[in-house]
Design a protein around this ligand. Sequence first.
Ligand code: ADP
Ligand code: MG
Ligand code: ZN
Length: 478
Amino acid sequence: MTQYEPVIGLEVHAQLLTKSKLFCRCSVQFGQEPNRRVCPVCLGWPGALPMANREAVRLAVRTALALNCRIVERSIFARKQYFYPDLPKGYQISQYEQPFSEAGFLDIDVDGSPKRAGITRVHMEEDAGKNLHGIGGNSVVDLNRAGTPLVEIVGDPDLCSSAEAAAYLRALRDVLIFIGVNDGNLEEGSFRCDANVSIRPKGQEQFGTRVELKNINSFRFVQRAIDAEVARQTAILDSGGRVVQETRSYDPDRNVTKSLRSKADAHDYRYFPDPDLPPLVIDSAWVDQERAGLPELPAQKRDRYAGELGLTPAAAQTLTSHPAVASFFEQVLQLVDSPVKAANWMQTEVLRGVKTHGLDAQFSVTPAQVAELLQLVERGDISGKQAKEVYAAMEGTERTASQIVEERGMKVVSDEGALRALCQQVIDQNPKGVETYRSGKTGTLGFFVGQVMKLSKGSANPKLVSELLQSLLDGGAS
Ligand code: ADP
Ligand code: MG
Ligand code: ZN
């Protein structure tokens, strides 16, 4: 049997986080009553004139820059014509022959090995409305979403496995949320992916016929859908058949892809430049300003956390999984200079209490609370074990670690006089043990330390106790 190699190229539609739509002033808020966020422009009434939203252009430029694309100074909005009930104008405004950016790349990590995937282009377009089925027994059209600004990020057919496709999507989503242009929400459809899949005999240069898998709404399903499609195409070629170019959907329950429609070719859409919109001219000084304003990207952050800060790759990965998490961690580091300890606390305690929704994240503590707690441990005021108790008491409150330590009388006793008295008491109570120790079995020191800790109800500074006991026991022998 022939060995085949998958070829995958992803198209991602990401909603730009603007307040208003791409060509009118209507709000883009999610979850509103149907057809309340509409006006003559996004309803497609004849004679209504579109005007490009400057903030949408800015966020699109930011996206293209973060993906290492070249910005094209003069680009064109075109009309892509097709009929569908959710598209009242009869055409979608999109960039086609002259997009505003091209030729970028995205660095991804596939199970520890790096790979650079090409980005063909990033262009702007408007979203369509939504058909809602089964409303009072009818199907209705909600046009609230019509005209919402999107970027379409077209990837080169550079990916060779479903795992690479999933890694690409994750990396892309991370970049978009770190630069604040998109909330990365696959479930609510603000980050949507179409996967183009073909296979070719290993070693063959020419691509096979591709199938487009539409709107897969989770990372897990993307990977499964591609695997299912590769298996289907392999079976077709193995039995001497031909793959048909078409659009298919994925059925997660049966783990198969199903034909939706035959794929239209670009010429079927009769693209032409929108006569109502002038060419989009992007000033190079503005581009430079946007480039300078780009934050540190997640991959750079990971490298810095693992390199400069000395975290493990896994910790660096976890702490850069969401911009709010990275920012929390960095705020802790402004207050205490122990990255590894802070990272451990983030992973074992802080992240358990985090709820993220899109770009928002809610923490059950503040960076200042965590920083102070770490300082108390570092100074030896409380033990690591006590710190966990303090942390639990601090969660969801505004109380500081030292307030809790004080309230609960948890402070480690480091008063030498008080501890020496306790040590002496334990020594006096255990003459046999002292004899054993002094006969050379100094390994029994741990027993004495344990007794003193017990007597102090866990509040004694164990390091100091051990030193005191040693000097008392050794001193007595000489
Ligand atoms: P369309 O706009 O019709 O979807 P494009 O030429 O813009 O077509 O390509 C869309 C996507 O298809 C790109 O992400 C590209 O990488 C991918 N692609 C093109 N040819 C193939 C192929 N033979 N196998 C897999 N993916 C492909
Ligand atoms: Mg396409
Ligand atoms: Zn409108």
